[in-house]
Write a protein that binds this ligand. Structure first.
Ligand SMILES: [Zn+2]
Length: 300
């Protein structure tokens, strides 16, 4: 076969394979979400959610400047993207970066904001923890909150409230009273149980803190991670459901401990069918049970 003929035959064969492959190709799967994105919160004209990977953070744009929250930049260039996203909306100075709590996956990576002159605000215990552990790439807060601090900027009021021990000893509840929006991270998931073994979580204080949050005046929740299907906001029902879940879990584990069950038996036997449709129920329920087992069995 001449070289030309060979090339022609090869081309034909390749085309045939391509057609066959096309015929057999299943419909393309839904495209993966882009690595980061910014969404304006429905019903507002200046409140946004910046998402990078599986973390998200609220920011508020006012004529006098921007109030940003968690840089969510642990081992990744999220803050650079965050600032670029803000700059697509406004050239106003970024006045504040407010930490939701001390955990590094939410607060790391803020240096680019610091370089622009932002003032970093956090609960006093977050500042203490960060100053003590000196995690790489976490800016130490400049200002601290004890019970409450109110930030007013360009016609927007943002209330920073401490409601006691919950997912950490440094969690702030950030509330926009006019917009009735709440941003608080890692302890009020949208359709989710608590993360793994509830590390750093205070039991049973988290239940009391949830009651305080439920009693506050707000409608829309922005959590620190999107919920199932990438949903970025929740409602007060998510807080009520989380409280109900923790109370049900606590009662079930207490019963198991009272009956002298072992860790393993409690983990095997306890089921909470009301919550099994939440996507992380299966992987994390046994670890959540262990946390409450320690509380009821040893008071820790
Ligand atoms: Zn956390």
């Amino acid at each position: 076969m001449s070289r030309m003929k060979l090339a022609g035959a090869l081309a034909m064969a390749t085309a045939a394979v391509a057609v066959a492959a096309q015929a057999q190709t299943p419909p393309a799967p839904a495209a993966a979400p882009p690595p980061y994105a910014t969404t304006k919160v429905e019903g507002t004209d200046n409140v946004y959610i910046f998402r990078f990977g599986g973390h998200q953070s609220m920011f508020i744009v006012t004529p006098e400047g921007v109030i940003a929250t968690d840089p969510i930049g642990e081992r990744r260039p999220a803050a650079k993207a965050y600032i670029e996203e803000i700059r697509k909306i406004t050239q106003a100075p970024i006045k504040y970066v407010i930490y939701s709590h001390s955990h590094f996956d939410h607060v790391a990576g803020g240096q680019p904001f610091k370089n622009l002159g932002a003032v970093f605000v956090a609960h006093r215990n977050a500042q203490k923890r960060i100053a003590a552990l000196k995690p790489a790439d976490v800016v130490v807060p400049d200002e601290v909150v004890d019970g409450q601090k109110v930030i007013t900027l360009g016609g927007t009021t943002l209330e920073l409230d401490y409601v006691g021990l919950n997912h950490s000893d440094s969690t702030l509840v950030m509330r926009l009273p006019k917009e009735k929006i709440l941003f608080t991270v890692d302890w009020i998931p949208v359709k989710g149980i608590q993360f793994r073994g509830m590390a750093d979580t205070y039991v049973p204080d988290i239940e009391e803190a949830l009651k305080k949050v439920i009693a506050m005046d707000w409608d829309k929740l922005i959590p620190g991670h999107p919920g199932p299907g990438g949903v970025q906001t929740g409602t007060k029902d998510d807080a009520r459901n989380q409280l109900a879940y923790l109370q049900d879990l606590s009662a079930a584990v207490k019963k198991a401990v009272d009956e002298g069950k072992s860790y393993a038996d409690a983990q095997k036997e306890i089921t909470l069918p009301k919550y099994e449709s939440w996507p992380n129920y299966k992987p994390f329920l046994q670890m959540n049970i262990e946390r409450y087992y320690d509380f009821w069995n040893r008071g820790i």
